[in-house]
Ligand binder design. Structure first.
Ligand code: TYD
Length: 205
């Protein structure tokens, strides 16, 4: 079931790309203008999302296909329980990660990216705007100080280089690649201007 009346705005990017900060900044900008905004995340709080988080502590404890299945089941739940109910009430929904993450991360683990897209687009409500925050893998990792051991760091960095490549390949009229090297306020201004333009068009045509 795909449902939509409100506006769905998705934030994507590799680990450390600054998505979560931008979600918070945009939430405040829109709420200050009196708009009805709500924020959701993936992985979500569903049983599948919880399982993903448990397994995340044990790298490679799942095969790429098992990961794909968990992310898809988690997303079906999120679409049905969170996104659609908010959209049908005309809310502006900000979403921290969506199926572009599955295409990029599970794609970088060898699963066909277009197959991942097809599986998701069968049930996932279409986003109005997608912001992909772009940062070099090394910089992103430095930001989150994900440095358990040198080996793990390098392994992760190589992987994120691949993930980033896939994110950068996404094209579409609703997809915006944002350079995450600027200050958070500059990035936020850039995003807010795109969002406000879209909202004005959406509301008055
Ligand atoms: P998350 O908790 O959102 O971490 P972050 O704060 O970095 O955004 O996501 C956890 C990890 O799950 C993150 O490394 C990205 C990965 N992930 C996938 O591999 N596939 C997916 O479909 C999603 C939504 C996330």
């Amino acid at each position: 079931m795909k449902v939509k009346k409100g506006i769905l705005i998705v934030f994507e990017g590799i680990d450390g790309s600054g998505k979560s900060t931008q979600v918070q900044l945009l939430q405040k900008i829109l709420a200050d203008k009196g708009m009805d905004v709500v924020v959701f995340w993936e992985p979500s709080q569903s049983p599948w999302g919880k399982k993903i988080k448990e397994k995340a502590a044990l790298p490679d404890s799942l095969s790429p296909e098992e990961e794909l299945e968990l992310f898809v089941e988690d997303r079906k739940d999120n679409v049905q329980k969170n996104l659609n109910p908010a959209l049908i009430k005309n809310k502006i929904v900000l979403l921290d990660r969506y199926y572009f993450s599955t295409m990029a991360y599970q794609g970088a683990k060898g699963i066909d990216v277009e197959r991942i897209r097809r599986i998701n687009e069968q049930f996932a409500v279409h986003p109005d705007l997608v912001f992909i925050l772009d940062v070099e893998a090394e910089k992103g990792l430095n930001r989150i100080q994900d440095r358990k051991s040198k080996d793990l760091l390098f392994e992760r960095q190589d992987f994120l280089v691949e993930v980033r490549k896939i994110f950068r390949s996404f094209q579409g009229e609703n997809i915006f690649h944002i350079d995450s090297g600027n200050t958070p306020d500059d990035i936020s201004d850039q995003i807010a201007s795109i969002v406000l333009k879209y909202i004005n068009k959406f509301l008055y045509i």
